[in-house]
Design a protein around this ligand. Sequence first.
Ligand SMILES: Cc1cc2nc3c(=O)[nH]c(=O)nc-3n(C[C@H](O)[C@H](O)[C@H](O)COP(=O)(O)OP(=O)(O)OC[C@H]3O[C@@H](n4cnc5c(N)ncnc54)[C@H](O)[C@@H]3O)c2cc1C
Length: 601
Amino acid sequence: MKQAAQAREVDVLVVGAGVAGLSAATAAAWSGKSVVLIEKSDTIGGTAAIANGSIWIPNNDPAIANGFTCDLESQVRFILSECWDGFDESQKWCGVSKETFLRVDRYVKSGLRVARDLTNTRVQTFTQLDKIFKRYFFSTKDSVDSVRQALGPNHSRSDDELAKAACSSWDYHWENKFNKVPYGKHIWAAFDLRLAGKFFFSGFRKHLWHIVQNMVSIRSLSSLADQIPNLFTKFWGFGSGLILVERFRKHLDRQKVPILKRHELVAVATNGDRVTSVDVQTADRQTLTWKIRDALIIASGCFSHQLTGDGVQDSYSVKSSCVAPGNDGDAIRILKNADVQVNQNPRPVLAQTVIQLAKEKNAISHEPVFYFYGDSFFLVDRHGRRVMNEKLTYHDRAQHHVGNAEQEFLFLVCDRRFKERYWGLGIAVPFDQKHMIVGNNESTLHEEIDRELRDNDCDFRLADNFSANLRETKIAFNEFARTGDDREFGRGKNAFDVLGYMKPDRDHDAPSRSMQPLAGEELYACIYGLSTFGTHGGLVCDEDSRVLNSAGDPWNNLYAVGTCAASFLNGHYPSHGMSIGTGMVFGYLAGLHATSNTKRL
Ligand SMILES: Cc1cc2nc3c(=O)[nH]c(=O)nc-3n(C[C@H](O)[C@H](O)[C@H](O)COP(=O)(O)OP(=O)(O)OC[C@H]3O[C@@H](n4cnc5c(N)ncnc54)[C@H](O)[C@@H]3O)c2cc1C
């Protein structure tokens, strides 16, 4: 391979060492051409390194091995119908734009080949997500019944297959009529003892204080017994995303592809429909000019940390973003004078954040933010009233904050058992106990929440009727839990509520697995606001990830992959895994396309 670093001339320059950039550099390097990957921060891995790491790829090899195959045309329609109001099967391109249709089609149909190529070349090893999530997606009789309920009466699957499905991770919008097999599509980087050991010990050291605080705060022996295994089965500060990016990094290292940290793309020079050179700023503020022979692949992430001024901040009242710090919308800014199409989609990918965590801009504790495991809890507004089925996914739950000043903040209320069992050590990062507000009863909880809001510089306050209403809400919820029938929001009525976010709990004795009456007078609460973990706008590309100009024609050698490209999800969230999935798949395809190596797949 040619040594590009000294020459400052390179065949393919990739910008951004997140999953999309790492995947693009890996694919481009197969051609033997010179490839350089630059990264403006001093860490490699971008957002995937702090993510759970699930990857949505229908008909992936582990799914096929388990007998869970699906019709890919239907999967294209599943995504389009979830994300685009104009979807109409009878229309050309299903009623959406040509580039949207072709990109969805390309993703759905190429994902399996990309994953297989990465596996065959030993760059990655993937496993089905359920292998790790078994604790949360369990195979008991009622979970099999839940899958049966989800599939409807006309399925032809055996109980064994249903039990396997019950352990698999599900698409969030599983009821979509095009989605006949709503599980089995999520893979992630397989467990690696050496890497896990390394990350485990660094995470353990980093979070030791929180772990000790959590353990000490647990009063019930059975909760403690339940939490201790979590110390060993959970890895603080990372999901398998870190293993995914670390494997890419090691492979590129072996291939001698330079990854230049603290090198920031600052300008792009063009001639007609080609990029000719780029300016890169180094840590010591030197500006280097790199001549581009074949292609520039930009994978610089989204604009989650630069929402102000894009119209997003106002309508969404976003408190924080948990994506990697470099996500400042550099691609759009740097190319603003070039003839490129930019999709200004203002709808970010949403999750809730605990307000104290929002202050630490990039901090996220997965457990209380993403997943609401457990049973004896509910979420109320400032009037102490429930507003939703709390088992909705994070993105759907977060919609309740949008454009609704009354619900700028919502309050999770639970009993001690819930706090000890489900919020202790965290699925990825242990939750700081000091963020949990405690009250001896509804009135003191009211006072304590208001105090916490004040301490966090929020003007928002609880309504005067909060504690009285909260008392009624608790009585009503406990009755729903005792009968297994949530007459207000139907929590626990569908298979997803029952299977997702729930681990077996030996103290649970109510009819619905998703609800248990709150025990005792003492109450705990946590304050939630709105957070983003991605944006949907970005550079508009064709199915080969070439950036389109204003006439809709592709640039000759300019590619955008990952979250700096406009997403076909259009502000929606049909399932988890589509962000790392599209980053990895389109990154890989762009790397092959840029080096005229598409026949490889
Ligand atoms: C907590 C959490 C959990 C998540 N879980 C999942 C999940 O399970 N599955 C899933 O699909 N998605 C998940 N996501 C989302 C997903 O991780 C990201 O959307 C995805 O990793 C983005 O990848 P990317 O390569 O496009 O961007 P990034 O990973 O953000 O990488 C962009 C990189 O470009 C660098 N960069 C930016 N500008 C420049 C420049 N000018 N010059 C050089 N470098 C630059 C940045 O420093 C950064 O390293 C999660 C996100 C979070 C925060």
